[in-house]
Design a protein around this ligand. Sequence first.
Ligand code: PLP
Length: 355
Amino acid sequence: MTKHNFSAGPSILPKEVFDGSSNAILQYQQTGLSIIEMSHRSKEVGLIIEEAKSLVIELLNLNGNEYEVLFLQGGASLQFLMVAYNLLNKKAGYLNTGSWSEKAIKEAKFFGEVIELSSSKNNGYRSIPKDFDIPDDIDYVHMTSNNTIYGTQYHSAPKTNLPLVVDSSSDIFSREFDYSSYDLIYAGAQKNVGPAGVTLVVVKKDILGKVSREIPSMLNYNIHIEKKSLFNTPPVFAIYATLLNLRWIKKKTIKSIGQNNLKKAKMLYDEIDNNKLFKGFVDVQDRSLMNVTFDLVDNNLSNTFDVIIEQSNISGVKGHRSIGGYRASLYNALPIKSVEALINCMDELKIKFNK
Ligand SMILES: *Cc1c(COP(=O)(O)O)cnc(C)c1O
């Protein structure tokens, strides 16, 4: 029996992706070759990359003449420094909404001055900062759209005329959203995109080429654009699995995926708000639709709850080690019935303790 997988990442992907990528390992189409033994310069792999790129543009509803799609490696964590390497001349502004933002800030400081435009650190990252000014003498603004660890999410993009860079690792393709507000979008694949090992970067070409420093080839967006993500051997298998997932998203449509994600989140937050044994971790208006963080009001019940969870075949709901409690990640492929299974566990605990 498969588990209800609430893991924050790597995380659940559609069954079609597991099936299709398994078949491709045995033999890719009628080529007589496995996908993992095929040249990245072959016609087949060229077609995989082209289709994946155009699906990314289509699903994010962007103009393909303005934006380039890259499949890189090194995770979102390498983007923390690659963004600054390519865009930071003197000064950049960062919105600090949690651990991932902090890490991005730390790496950017290798390349110039970094100012925190706003931070929710002093309330334990339980909210999204709302009031802040953006000075016009900075090179770009960086934000984390969904805070995977704390469970907060921006529900609209901040307004600015400066280049806006977003780490969208844990909410890309999860809802209808105006992605053209952003000039550079990056995401480690292993949440809503595909398997770990590939990193998606979507960048507006006209923000590049403006820094004065020399950039080593492997870290230079323009080189990867010029070489069409084939500057070196790309992670072909991970890109293929990503393509299968993008096809699945297209078939479902972003609109219906967004509605489904909203429904799942609402079901679980309603339970948290109505079940007296539980409490949410973040401000209601900033709640993430992807990563739902919550805790028991009385920690003495945690052993009992953990047993109930395990007996219900639920996996991956332990909170991040830095905040504890519980975290249920509701990525695109997680079915409603998994959310129902978790809610049943919470109800079972309530009945047991007669609340
Ligand atoms: C998971 C995650 C990362 C880290 O991604 P890696 O691919 O492991 O480097 C960065 N930012 C956010 C928002 C994440 O959720």
